[in-house]
Design a binder for this molecule. Structure first.
Ligand code: ATP
Length: 267
C-alpha cells in the first residue's frame, strides 16, 4: 500500500461525550472511549445499539458538536467548527420545500457564491449521477422518498467532497429502493474515490458496502471491534449471499454485535 493510500482522512481520538441531564441529575455519559479512523478512499461503517452515540460521532466529524473530551481530526487538522469541506447526508433528506429539486441541489454552490450558469451545470451533472434527470423542476413533495434521498445525495456530491458522512441514509426506504440505492452508492463511489463514514443499523448493508465495520458497545459507547471486510468488489447488493465470503463476514460482525445485545442462540 502506498503512503498516500494509507493516510488517515478522519480520525476520532479518545472521544468521550456527556450531555447535561434535562432533570438536573448527573450528566449523561453517552460515549466513554471511542477511537478509530477512516483511511483515504475507505468505506467505514459504524454499528451499535440504539442510543449508543453513532449520530453524535457523525455530528462531531461535521463540526456540529465538540466532544467533551478527545479530538476529531480531518486530514490531520482538528475539527473545531462547522466542517464545510465534508459531505453530509442526514437521516432525512431535508430538502427545502419551497425550492425545486435543482435549486435544492445547487444551494451549496449558491452559498459558495458560484455564478448561476456554473452552478446549474454542476447541479445537472450531479442530478445525472443519481439518475434524476427530467425531475429538475419538481418540488420535494412531488418526488418519492427514494427520489428525495437521491436528491440529498446529489446535493452532497455537487461540491465533490473527498470525505462523506452518511447517517442511516437509507433507513426510511422500502427494502427494494434501499437495495437500488446501495447498488448506486457503490457504483458512484467506485468513480468518486471518496472516504466514507456510514452509520447504519443494518448488518447486511454494513458488510456489503464497507471496507471495515466498527462495532460500538451499549452506552456509554466504546469500540468493541473493528472488523475488516475483505470481500471482492463490486458486491451484489441484490444477492448478498452470491458474494463469495459474505456469509462468513456477516457472521463475524453479527457474533460480536449479538454478544453485546445479550442475545443467546436458540438451542
Ligand atoms: N444534544 C443532546 N443533548 C442531550 N442528549 C443528547 C443530545 N444528543 C444526543 N443525546 C443523547 O445521546 C445519546 C446518543 O444519541 P445518538 O443519536 O448519537 O445515538 P444513536 O446511536 O445514533 O442512536 P440510534 O441508533 O437510535 O439512532 C442518546 O441517549 C441521546 O438522548
Amino acid at each position: 500500500m502506498t503512503e498516500a493510500a494509507s493516510a488517515s482522512v478522519l480520525r476520532f481520538s479518545a472521544i468521550q461525550q456527556s450531555f447535561a441531564s434535562p432533570t438536573g441529575d448527573a450528566p449523561n455519559v453517552v460515549i466513554s472511549d471511542v477511537g478509530f479512523e477512516v483511511k483515504r478512499g475507505k468505506f467505514v461503517s459504524v454499528i451499535g445499539p440504539s442510543g449508543c452515540g453513532k449520530s453524535t460521532l457523525i455530528q462531531m466529524a461535521a463540526g456540529l458538536l465538540k466532544p467533551s473530551v478527545g479530538m476529531v481530526f480531518h486530514h490531520d487538522r482538528e475539527v473545531t467548527s462547522v466542517n464545510r469541506t465534508i459531505g453530509f447526508v442526514p437521516q432525512q433528506a431535508q430538502l427545502l420545500p419551497w425550492k425545486t429539486m435543482i435549486e435544492n441541489i445547487e444551494f451549496p454552490l449558491l452559498l459558495r457564491g458560484m455564478a448561476l450558469s456554473e452552478r446549474r451545470a454542476k447541479a445537472m451533472e450531479a442530478i445525472k449521477r443519481v439518475d434524476l434527470a427530467g425531475f429538475e423542476s419538481h418540488y420535494p413533495y412531488q418526488l418519492s422518498g427514494g427520489m428525495q434521498k437521491r436528491a440529498s445525495i446529489a446535493r452532497m456530491l455537487v461540491y465533490k467532497p473527498d470525505t462523506i458522512l452518511m447517517d442511516e441514509p437509507f433507513g426510511a426506504l422500502d427494502a427494494q429502493t434501499r437495495m437500488v440505492m446501495q447498488h448506486d452508492l457503490q457504483t458512484m463511489l467506485a468513480t468518486e474515490g471518496a472516504s466514507v463514514l456510514f452509520v447504519t443499523h443494518d448488518i447486511t448493508e454494513a458488510v456489503l458496502l464497507s471496507d471495515s465495520v466498527v462495532v460500538l458497545s451499549r452506552r456509554p459507547a466504546r469500540v468493541i471491534a473493528e472488523i475488516p471486510i475483505d470481500l471482492p468488489r463490486p458486491r451484489d447488493m441484490f444477492e448478498p449471499y452470491g458474494t463469495p465470503g459474505f456469509a462468513e463476514a456477516y457472521d463475524r460482525v453479527w457474533s460480536v454485535f449479538r454478544s453485546e445485545l445479550n442475545i443467546r442462540r436458540a438451542a
